[in-house]
Design a binder for this molecule. Structure first.
Ligand code: AMP
Length: 281
């Protein structure tokens, strides 16, 4: 099975124009490659709901706030194509940097408020990079539906807001987080974990589950948070960037899960930054 790889926006537009002319619904799954079952679950959801599916693979330099992180990010295009083959997607759009950000590119899309907290607070410029590339991917693909993972919960909120604010004619579809058997949220960055760190990485999810259960039982958030951080430190995590209870609708900080709430965390293990989030209640 060959995978229809497209590298230019002009070629992509030609295909999409024909599909839309035929009245077909087009779905897009934006990714940075190094595909795993989490990405493939989005492809599966898109295939189930759309007539045509485009997977995009672009390691977006604008959303990295460290040159080293960008350099180290896994790139596995051939393997990705092999993993996508059984899904028979209609296009795999793999633009290069010049296609996405041609000489003189000067525009930034920036969502205020939602991006001040969590990953936005610790990774300056990250969400501007995400918002800019996602807006471009939406206008380049002209897709009707876009599939995003709740693994990146704040990202889904930001993308939903920008599509609404800019009247982009696209529906954002959030999809559940896919986990390894031991609970670790699947992530391309897991490839960067040493064997030893991989053994301890699921402690992030376990500590969050324990904290969520404590919150639901009416426990004190400061005590539960301190216990979770101590547990992570025992597992070898070196830094917990945040471990917050936040409202699902606008990500405001909560003390108790008295409205629909989510526990969100980012923590470093052996030089790798892991993020996760779970519903509380
Ligand atoms: P990335 O390649 O990391 O930029 O991710 C591309 C898309 O896949 C984003 O919408 C992510 O939220 C989603 N994704 C990544 N990991 C998972 C996962 N474990 N479960 C579900 N979706 C995921």
């Amino acid at each position: 099975m060959s995978v229809p790889i497209i590298r230019t926006v002009a070629a992509l537009r030609e295909d999409v124009a024909a599909w839309h002319k035929a009245g077909e619904v087009v779905g897009v799954v934006p990714t940075m490659g190094a595909l795993h079952q989490g990405h493939l679950s989005l492809v599966r959801a898109a295939k189930a709901e759309c007539d045509r599916v485009i997977v995009t693979i672009f390691v977006n330099p604008k959303q990295f706030n460290s040159a080293e992180d960008l350099e180290n990010y896994p790139r596995t295009e051939e393997e990705d194509a092999r993993k996508l083959a059984p899904f028979e997607v209609d296009a795999v759009y793999v633009p290069d940097g010049a296609q996405m950000y041609p000489e003189g590119f000067a525009t930034t899309v920036s969502v205020a408020g939602l991006t001040d907290v969590l990953c936005g607070a610790v990774r300056p410029g990250h969400f501007d990079g995400v918002s800019t590339v996602v807006t471009k991917l939406f206008t380049q693909t002209q897709a009707d539906r876009a599939y995003f993972g709740e693994k990146d919960y704040q990202q889904v909120q930001v993308v939903t807001r920008l599509a609404r604010d800019l009247d982009l004619p696209i529906t954002i579809v959030p999809c559940p987080t896919i986990r390894e058997e031991d609970g670790l949220a699947m992530s391309s960055r897991n490839l960067l974990l040493s064997d030893r760190a991989r053994v301890w990485a699921p402690e992030l999810h376990r500590a969050m589950e324990e904290m969520a259960a404590g919150l639901l039982a009416g426990g004190d958030i400061a005590e539960l948070r301190a216990a979770a951080i101590a547990r992570l430190e025992r597992a070898g995590f070196t830094k917990v960037e945040y471990l917050d209870l936040r409202a699902c609708d606008d990500l405001r900080l909560l003390e108790k899960p008295d409205v629909p709430a989510r526990l969100l965390a980012a923590a470093w293990l052996a030089g790798v930054r892991l993020i996760d989030n779970i519903a509380v209640g």
